[in-house]
Design a protein around this ligand. Structure first.
Ligand code: ADP
Ligand code: MN
Length: 516
């Protein structure tokens, strides 16, 4: 039953005029109307003002109040509802503040911290409460809480004679609604409505119930989204901030999505924006390589960087986070060297911490296929082989680098040629394991093209000699490998004794020391 409807209808529907004229005691004096027009007006005015204020303070709540559960005919209750929802928000804030306090208490000085964030109630954007402002009381354990109201038995009424109360009784019903709020989701804080002897009308109760359900769904959605995004992009909040700043500065137009998720890096595609400086042109499409800051993946890469003299002094002093930045830095330096030598490779745009932005190899968000994924004609296959042979020589002689992870996985086919990528682990040939890395690269390339039907493809030993200019004559793999290691040892001993690299195996003098 709509009690509000009844209340509103009563004065109009009654047989007022007929009763007035027929009444033997004459017309009742107008004094029965206890408030003047001015009073009514001012009350309405006050209500209006209050509504206005509430509108300004809680635009969200008002929008909810206009939802399908509050219709025009019971707008009288909207103020109740508003109050209830304001109370709700207040409870939510208190609840969150308590969560924060508990979080702080548990975490203390501990290095590993836990977060209750997923249990928070208040939307981040409407949370204006700071920790110190909230004076939290544990309403759940209020010693002054009144007993729960007695429930109405099935027969629909309690009491006897004139003390009878039915389940339709407004007060009982209101109390019951308040009590029923306890059935909302357990995390949904309903406050101490019972203790306050709060009586909720059906409308308010239903609207609150709806609100509780939608809150539950909203919060589930929010948490799911958050977890999903972290799982998918594997980007921590700090990295996200870095990426956000790049977009915000206008350097990048938009970051469209993830191209690749590897063990050590995540690569995104982005549309380039405008550079702050005029001399620099941002490519129309960019690849953003984010080096993962999960450290254990990088542990086994120590051998690449630890012995690289360019990073030797720094390595021992650095914490693991900084070492990861060095991978990004290394990739940038190596790409720049390759770029200068004219080797097709991504062009460096910018390096920020562990995030490297470079030009995108591909078009319209579609990355160029890896050599292992593309089917080339015999002619193209042969062309690709000679190009790679050439690039390996350039890399070694002009860039003073060994790729160290060269295979069909790190070569892209784009614009009718091969592009080299993924050079963070590349080292100089004088690296203590540099020649072994080169030999491994040669084996990968040689096998790929021999299997791919390129009859001219050199075998791995021939390729090694062709690239390095060394003349290792061993005709089997084991001896060849032994000679390589012997050469590396000679160089290493020389470094130990003279603090300077030896270019015993280099045909064109000391490798240039790279300074940028
Ligand atoms: P990882 O160390 O994870 O192998 P890569 O540098 O090889 O890192 O990048 C992973 C993948 O991302 C590549 O195989 C390639 O498909 C794509 N990719 C990387 N850089 C670019 C780029 N500049 N343009 C287009 N695609 C790229
Ligand atoms: Mn790769």
């Amino acid at each position: 039953m709509d009690s509000v409807g009844v209340a509103a209808a009563a004065p109009d529907a009654g047989p007022g005029p007929a009763w007035q004229s027929k009444c033997p005691w004459g017309a009742p004096s107008t004094t029965s109307i206890s408030c003047s027009l001015a009073d009514v007006m001012s009350e309405q005015l006050a209500k209006e003002l209050q509504l206005e204020e509430e509108n300004a303070a809680f635009p969200e709540v008002v929008a909810a109040a206009e939802g399908p559960f509050i219709t025009g005919e019971n707008t009288d209750t909207s103020s109740d509802l508003m109050l209830a929802q304001m109370l709700q928000m207040e409870f939510d804030r208190e609840y969150d503040a308590q969560l924060r306090r508990e979080e702080k208490k548990i975490n203390g000085d501990s290095k590993v911290s836990i977060s209750f964030e997923n249990y928070r109630k208040v939307h981040p954007y409407d949370s204006d409460s700071s920790e110190d402002e909230v004076d939290w009381q544990d309403t759940r354990h209020d010693p002054y809480r009144a007993d729960k109201p007695t429930t109405t038995p099935r027969r629909g009424f309690i009491g006897k004679g004139k003390d009878i109360t039915t389940k339709h009784d407004e007060v009982v019903c209101g109390r019951k609604n308040t009590a029923r709020m306890e059935n909302f989701a357990p995390e949904f804080q309903v406050g101490d409505g019972i203790g306050m002897d709060l009586k909720l009308s059906n409308q308010v109760f239903n609207a609150l119930k709806q609100h509780a359900y939608s809150e539950e769904r909203r919060s589930a959605r929010l948490h799911e989204k958050k977890e999903h995004s972290t799982a998918e992009k594997a980007v921590d909040p700090k990295t996200r901030l870095l990426l956000y700043k790049m977009v915000n500065s206008g350097m990048l137009e938009t970051i469209t999505g993830c191209i690749s998720t590897g063990k050590e890096s995540v690569v995104f595609h982005a549309y380039g924006g405008k550079s702050a400086t005029e001399d620099k042109v941002i490519p129309p499409e960019c690849a953003i390589k984010v080096f993962k800051t999960t450290l254990n993946e990088f542990k086994n890469r120590d051998k690449y960087i630890k012995d690289d003299y360019r990073f030797k002094d720094r390595f021992s002093k650095l914490n693991p986070r900084k070492i990861i930045r060095m991978w990004a830095e290394k990739e940038m330096h190596n790409l720049t060297r390759m770029q200068n030598a004219g080797i097709p490779c991504p062009q460096v745009v910018i390096l920020k911490k562990h995030v490297l932005v470079m030009s995108f190899i591909g078009q319209d968000q579609v990355p160029a296929p890896k050599l292992k994924d593309v089917t080339l004609s015999n002619e193209d296959m042969k062309k690709a082989y000679y190009q790679i042979l050439n690039m390996m020589q350039q890399l070694y002689r002009e860039c003073n680098l060994v790729h160290a992870d060269l295979s069909e996985y790190n070569m892209l086919w784009h614009d009718g040629k091969v592009w080299l990528i993924d050079v963070s682990q590349s080292v100089e040939p004088t690296h203590p394991h540099g020649l072994e890395f080169l030999f491994r690269d040669c084996r990968n390339v040689s096998q790929f093209f021999q299997k791919g039907g390129v009859a001219e493809a050199l075998n791995e030993r021939e390729l090694f000699n062709a690239v390095s200019g060394l003349n290792i004559t061993a005709d089997n793999e084991v001896d060849f490998q032994a000679e390589i290691e012997a050469l590396e040892k000679v160089n290493e001993d020389h470094v130990q004794n003279h603090g300077k690299k030896l270019s015993a195996f280099s045909s064109d003098g000391d490798p240039p020391i790279y300074d940028e």
